[in-house]
Write a protein that binds this ligand. Structure first.
Ligand SMILES: *[C@@H]1O[C@H](CO)[C@@H](O)[C@H](O)[C@H]1NC(C)=O
Ligand SMILES: *[C@@H]1O[C@H](CO)[C@@H](O)[C@H](O)[C@H]1NC(C)=O
Ligand SMILES: *[C@@H]1O[C@H](CO)[C@@H](O)[C@H](O)[C@H]1NC(C)=O
Length: 202
C-alpha cells in the first residue's frame, strides 16, 4: 500500500504523514483534481439555527447488523442498536468546490473521518477539526467526501474503485464498527456489507 504526500484538497485528503514518495501513484489520489481549500479547516461553532439533523441507519442482508443505527462509542462509530433516539446525531455542510459534504457530529467541530492503517479498510472515526497536518504517520484519512443522494450515504473522493462498500466490522467485544471496505482486501476479519441511509432526526 502506498502512502502519499498531501498534494490535494485537505478536505479530500486520503493522505499520510509518512515520508512522501516523489510521485503520487495512489489510485485514489490520482483521480483527485480539486483545488486546494483553506487549511487548517475552519473552526466552527455550534451548528447554525435551523440546521437539519439526521441519524444514520444501516441495512444489510445480515440479520445481526441490519436496521441498526450508527452511534458513537468513544471516538469510534459503531452499530448501536435499533433505537433511533440513541443514535448519533449528524449534520452536513456542503463543500462547494466538490459538491461533497462534511459530516459533523451535532456537538461542535467534530467531523467523521474515514481512518485506517491503509486504504483497504477505513473506519468511521470522530476527529475534532481534522487537517492534513494532524494525520498520524502511516495512516490513511479522508473526510468531507460524503454524498447524500436519495438519502443514501456514499462518497466521492475521485476513486474509480468499483467494489467499495460500507461495511460493519465485528470487534473482539462483539460490537461492530462502521467502515469503508475497498472490496478487495485482504484484511483481518470479515466485513459485512451494509448500506447506510440518512434519516431525519425525530
Ligand atoms: C441497502 O438498501 C438498498 C436499497 O435502499 C439496496 O440497494 C442495497 O443493496 C442494500 N444494501 C445491502 C448491503 O443490503
Ligand atoms: C456554497 O454555496 C452556497 C449556495 O450557492 C452558498 O450559500 C454558500 O455560501 C457557499 N459556501 C461557501 C463556503 O462558499
Ligand atoms: C491494511 O490494514 C488492514 C487492517 O485494517 C490489515 O489487515 C492489512 O494487512 C493491511 N494491508 C497492508 C497491505 O498493509
Amino acid at each position: 500500500m502506498r502512502f502519499s504526500n498531501i498534494a490535494t484538497a485537505a478536505a479530500l485528503s486520503l493522505v499520510s504523514a509518512s515520508p512522501a514518495p516523489a510521485v503520487d501513484t495512489s489510485p485514489i489520489r490520482a483521480e483527485i483534481s480539486y483545488e486546494q481549500p483553506p487549511e487548517p479547516w475552519t473552526v466552527m461553532g455550534p451548528p447554525a439555527a435551523g440546521t437539519e439533523f439526521f441519524n444514520l441507519k444501516v441495512n444489510s442482508s445480515d440479520a445481526a447488523v441490519t436496521n441498526q443505527w450508527v452511534s458513537l462509542k468513544g471516538k469510534n462509530y459503531v452499530l448501536g442498536g435499533t433505537t433511533q433516539s440513541a443514535a448519533a446525531k449528524f449534520f452536513a455542510i456542503k463543500y462547494n468546490e466538490t459538491g461533497t459534504y462534511s459530516l459533523l457530529n451535532s456537538d461542535d467541530t467534530r467531523q467523521v473521518v474515514l481512518q485506517g492503517a491503509n486504504t483497504t479498510l477505513l473506519y468511521f472515526t470522530d476527529v475534532t477539526s481534522p487537517t492534513g497536518g494532524s494525520i498520524p504517520a502511516g495512516q490513511a484519512w479522508e473526510w468531507s467526501i460524503f454524498t447524500t443522494d436519495a438519502n443514501k450515504l456514499w462518497l466521492n473522493d475521485g476513486s474509480t474503485a468499483q467494489l467499495r462498500t460500507w461495511a460493519a466490522m465485528k470487534q473482539t467485544d462483539n460490537s461492530y464498527r462502521v467502515a469503508l471496505f475497498d472490496g478487495v482486501g485482504p484484511i483481518g476479519g470479515t466485513p459485512v456489507p451494509i448500506g447506510i441511509s440518512i434519516v431525519k432526526t425525530t
